[in-house]
Structure formats: structure tokens, C-alpha cells
Design a protein around this ligand. Structure first.
Ligand code: SAM
Ligand code: SF4
Length: 348
């Protein structure tokens, strides 16, 4: 097993069977984390890129069975942050906090039309900052319009490559449509971010292996792996959820096979276990997304219970992240932190 991990760290290739073998064997987890940490250092360096996360609306037309923002959840106070306030949050993140990427995330809220988003993107872009969107499934034309107005990147997780599970947990949605969106994002010239959940009932080591191979196949520039955490107001309320160990293993294997992409230490990892993000940063991750949404809104953006940092102000969240980075001897990235995979392939 150790030889297999060593081989993957050098060649960045593993077969489906080899991935499954490693995912099933917990005795080699620490070797795997260490190998992913080495590949991370070699390909993307010691800098950790910070992204200012603004959760601007928790209204969603979809009904994903795992998510607290799902349409049928009536036990949630819905909010939309107006354009001016979103801009002010972004301005604070850039000018006061010194952050170089703004991530605008929301449920699939049709209120923010392409026209509104174009206006907002153009305004934020004038702050000389990279912009990531994470607002769900749109058309190629819309993705192109976002790009034209200043968006650089887009996050759309495939969630799982197991089509039957996707159908079960994302009612009314289509796996093929989601995969098409990922192709369209690439076509639109946006840095392509995707990822998966780990620990949905029915997910297996086979399906995680397929997820990792899928990330490679689509040429992803960024991959976020999040342990699923059950929310009491969803159909999956009684599920046991994902473990930090399996999420870290999927993330570390992703680093071995896609060496030059950006990988965030996800908030869900920290919510699951204290030091979850620290462990992730030492197992292949090179990005962290401090939440700069105002505390009044943030507590309503409850994808899952105990979402880490919910009680902190934006400035406190940032300080916590900076302390963490210096505690592990790494440094904060000073540029936009564009995915090396994207830059390396841009003109090809
Ligand atoms: N609505 C957009 C979308 O679905 O792409 C963006 C926002 S959505 C809340 C962002 C991510 O949250 C999803 O891709 C999903 O993987 C994650 N998420 C939702 N519910 C979760 C849960 N219960 N545990 C962990 N992650 C969850
Ligand atoms: Fe909506 Fe995204 Fe949650 Fe699904 S995961 S319900 S699309 S916010």
C-alpha cells in the first residue's frame, strides 16, 4: 500500500481498483496525508490563499435532500442581501481585510437576474479583486455573461458521480444537466471548481474512486470535498453523516491525482472535528475561505447544524484563519491565487 501511495505521488495516476484499495485501508491514512502534503508543496507551494465568502441569499428553488436551505424547509428564516450591502461587504473584505478573492455564494435564487449580477460583478471587479461565483446551475450564455462582467471562477460540485444516488437526493434535478454545466463553465473560460460530498447514505469507496477520476476527466481547476453533516430539518436527518477521515482521504487522493489544482480546507471539515481544517491543510489543501457575511445573516445560512464559525464577526473569522496558518508554519498568499492548473492550461 505504501508503494502504491509513493507511486501515485510521483506519477499522479491510480486506477479505479487502486483508489478503492487505498480508500478501504485505514492503516495507511497518515502516509496518504503526508504524500498529499508533499505533492501540494511541490506543485502549489506553501502559500495558503484566502477567499472572502459572502453568503448573499439562502433562498433556493431546489430541494436537495441533504441541505438545510432546501425549498421545503420551513424552519428557516429566509434572507436576501441587497446589492449595495453585498458590495459594501466585498469592499470591506478587500480594502480593510486585504483579501484578494470574493466568493459570492447562494441558493438558486432567481431574484438575482443576470442583469443584476452583471451590475454587481462589474462594481466588485473595480476593487481589483478575483471573483468566484457559487450560485448553481445556469445556462452557457449566463456563465459567459458572468465571465464578461468580471467573474473569474465558478464552484459547482457534482456532489456524487453515482447517478442513482444523485437522482435520489437531488429530486427534480438531473445529473447529466449538472455535468453539462461543468462543461459549459469550462467553455465560458471560468476557472472550473467542482467537488463532492462524502458520507451520504449509499456512497461507497467505489463511488468516491469514480468521483476522483471524474475530477481528473473534467479537467477541474479546484476541488472541494465536504463531509456530509445531517441537518434535522431535511429528509436525511437520521443519517450518520461523513467522517473526517474519509473526507480527508478523498481530498488527499484528489491532490495526488490532480497535483496543481486548488483545494480548500472546507468549513464542513472544521465543523465535524476541531482542527479539521488544520489537518486538511496538512493533507493536501492550500485554500481557506473565511466567512465575511454579517453575523446576523450568517446564522440563517445553515446548510448543516453547527456550521463552524457561525458566531464570529468577519474580522474574528479572518484572525482565526491567520493564526491557524502561522501555527503550521505556512504563509498567506499575496496574489489572486489563481489555480496553477488553470494558468498552466490556459493557452493550450
Ligand atoms: N446552491 C449552490 C449549489 O448547490 O451549487 C451553492 C450553494 S450550496 C449550499 C454549496 C454546497 O453546500 C453544495 O454543493 C453541497 O455540497 C454543500 N452542502 C449542502 N448541504 C450540506 C450538508 N448537509 N453537509 C455538508 N455540505 C453540504
Ligand atoms: Fe439549494 Fe445548493 Fe442547498 Fe441544493 S445544495 S438545496 S441547490 S443551496
Amino acid at each position: 500500500m505504501k508503494n502504491l501511495i509513493k507511486k501515485a505521488a510521483l506519477e499522479h495516476i491510480l486506477s479505479r481498483e487502486e483508489l478503492i484499495e487505498i480508500l478501504r485501508d485505514d492503516s495507511c491514512s497518515e502516509e496518504l496525508y503526508k504524500a498529499a502534503d508533499g505533492v501540494r508543496q511541490k506543485y502549489v507551494g506553501d502559500e495558503i490563499h484566502l477567499r472572502a465568502l459572502i453568503e448573499f441569499s439562502n433562498i433556493c428553488r431546489n430541494n436537495c435532500c441533504y441541505c438545510g436551505l432546501r425549498r421545503d424547509n420551513k424552519n428557516i428564516e429566509r434572507y436576501r442581501i441587497d446589492e449595495e450591502t453585498i458590495f459594501k461587504l466585498a469592499e470591506h473584505a478587500v480594502k480593510v481585510m486585504g483579501l484578494k478573492t470574493i466568493v459570492l455564494q447562494s441558493g438558486e435564487d432567481m431574484f438575482y437576474t443576470t442583469e443584476k449580477l452583471e451590475r454587481l460583478l462589474q462594481r466588485i471587479k473595480k476593487l481589483d479583486v478575483a471573483i468566484t461565483l457559487s450560485i448553481g446551475e445556469k445556462t452557457l450564455k449566463e456563465y459567459q455573461a458572468y465571465k464578461k462582467s468580471g467573474a473569474d471562477r465558478f464552484l459547482l460540485r457534482i456532489e456524487t458521480t453515482d447517478k442513482d444516488l444523485y437522482l435520489r437526493y437531488d429530486p427534480g434535478m438531473s445529473w447529466e444537466q449538472r455535468a453539462q454545466c461543468l462543461q459549459d463553465l469550462k467553455k465560458a473560460g471560468l476557472e472550473l471548481g467542482s467537488g463532492c460530498l462524502v458520507g451520504l447514505p449509499g456512497q461507497t469507496t467505489e463511488s468516491y474512486a469514480d468521483d476522483i477520476l471524474f475530477f481528473k476527466k473534467i479537467g477541474a481547476d479546484m476541488i472541494g470535498v465536504g463531509p456530509f453533516i445531517a441537518h434535522p430539518d431535511t429528509p436525511l436527518r437520521n443519517a450518520s453523516g461523513g467522517t473526517l477521515q474519509m473526507a480527508l482521504k478523498v481530498m488527499a487522493l484528489t491532490r495526488l491525482l490532480l497535483p496543481d489544482i486548488n483545494i480548500p480546507a472546507t468549513t464542513a471539515m472544521e465543523s465535524l472535528a476541531p482542527n479539521g481544517q488544520k489537518k486538511a491543510l496538512q493533507s493536501g489543501a492550500n485554500v481557506i475561505m473565511p466567512n465575511v457575511t454579517l453575523t446576523t445573516y450568517r446564522r440563517h445560512y445553515e446548510l448543516y447544524p453547527g456550521k463552524s464559525n457561525t458566531g464570529y464577526t468577519p474580522d474574528e473569522s479572518l484572525q482565526k484563519v491567520k493564526d491557524l496558518i502561522s501555527s503550521i508554519g505556512r504563509k498567506v498568499g499575496q496574489d489572486f491565487g489563481t489555480s496553477k492548473h488553470f494558468s498552466n492550461n490556459f493557452n493550450k
